[in-house]
Design a protein around this ligand. Structure first.
Ligand SMILES: Cc1ncc(COP(=O)(O)O)c(C=O)c1O
Length: 367
């Protein structure tokens, strides 16, 4: 069969997980799977929310509007933008990955810049969308040489995957200011941020001031619902939005209605807000404790963190995949997330620190 090959690779992280599980079955070893990008401290407790959902309703059983249910777009406007956005500019997507893919397809640009430490999936999604990937080394590089990014798009992921570093918001606004003058399109892809903030966070509202910013968001991380495959895209550009809407419609014929009703209840009802708050608090507390332990054990490489602590949910440790595996810890080698040659990539790995602290401590006691 003649196949249109994109050149993108099947997820290497999924393969690492499969290999570790196979080894666990064969040897009986119990691994701590820190290779995975999910919050595993607790699950969000949906027990008070599920009874609020009428499974016999038209809303759950029929095709939803291809942009997403108005009630959920309104709830997102309240949660993220203190009602300052227009619901017309919010589009529900099947998670952040789907939003990014449609954004890459819709933009008429050749190159998308990512941070020199980047989520590996960006490379593959860009490849399928026929865009080339280039890199900025740091936000300082953008501030000192913004003209490099003229006529391109650039992704900002903060807190960063894989480093877990949170850049000061004031600096990020300065970056946005110079890129707006440069006419660079900024794709704001920060699905980890809202795990650490609630609706009092004014960042998304402030992003509305930038006409060149496209937001892609996800409910996979901030409320732990990666299984529901739901996120959204926000843009203020009418021409872009019209084309995005067409591609969204024909890529999936709408987003799962149950997932939309569920997220709407979490964002809007008192029970939902309480469940999200508990989930975020427990998750963020464990992450902070786990990072503290890594710092005490000198496992955070100085050339990446200097004296700053990452916030998570990922961090880079100065141990290789093999060294961690020997202690029954799953990780992902750092070379999946960077092409930099000035650091000892082969001796470093990315781990997810969003797991219960007692368990984490137990596995790391041998370091
Ligand atoms: C930086 C970043 N953006 C977007 C996503 C997309 O998540 P999802 O497709 O589950 O919404 C991820 C998932 O790991 C991510 O790390």
């Amino acid at each position: 069969m003649k196949t249109n090959k994109s050149g993108a690779k099947f997820s290497a992280i999924v393969k690492i997980g499969e290999d570790l599980r196979k080894e666990s079955r064969k040897t009986g070893k119990e691994f701590l799977y820190l290779n995975r990008g999910i919050n595993r401290v607790v699950n969000i407790d949906l027990s008070e929310i599920i009874p609020m959902i009428d499974f016999n309703s038209d809303a759950v059983q029929y095709y939803p509007h291809s942009k997403g249910m108005l009630s959920l777009r309104k709830a997102i406007n309240t949660e993220f933008f203190t009602e300052r956005a227009s619901e017309e500019n919010i589009y529900l997507t099947a998670g952040g990955m789907n939003a990014l893919f449609l954004v890459f397809q819709t933009l008429e640009i050749k190159t998308v810049y990512t941070h020199s430490f980047y989520w590996g999936a960006y490379s593959n999604v860009l490849k399928i969308a026929g865009k080339s990937q280039n890199f900025y080394r740091s936000f300082d590089e953008i501030l000192s040489e913004p003209e490099k990014f003229n006529n391109s798009a650039l992704i900002i992921c903060d807190p960063n995957n894989p480093t877990g570093i949170k850049t000061d918001d004031k600096k990020l606004y300065r970056v946005l200011d110079v890129l707006q003058k440069q006419n660079t399109i900024v794709i704001w892809d920060g699905p980890y941020r809202r795990l650490f903030y609630d609706r009092t966070d004014d960042l998304y509202r402030n992003l509305l001031a930038y006409k060149n910013v496209i937001i892609t968001e996800s409910f996979s991380k901030s409320i732990g619902l990666s299984g529901q495959r739901i996120g959204f895209m926000h843009s203020k550009n009418t021409e872009f939005n019209e084309e995005f809407a067409v591609r969204l419609l024909y890529s999936g014929n709408g987003i799962n209605a149950f997932a939309q009703v569920l997220v709407e209840k979490i964002l809007s009802s008192e029970e939902g807000k309480k469940a999200a708050k508990n989930f975020k608090e427990k998750t963020a507390n464990a992450i902070t404790e786990n990072i503290k332990l890594l710092k005490e054990k000198a496992l955070l490489p100085n050339n990446i963190y200097q004296n700053d602590l990452p916030v998570g949910i990922f961090v880079i440790v100065n141990k290789s995949y093999e060294e961690l595996k020997a202690k029954n810890i799953g990780s992902v080698p750092l070379n999946y997330f960077t092409r930099r040659t000035d650091i000892e990539v082969e001796n470093y790995s990315r781990i997810c620190v969003s797991v219960p602290s007692e368990k984490f401590k137990n596995y790391f006691k041998h370091f």
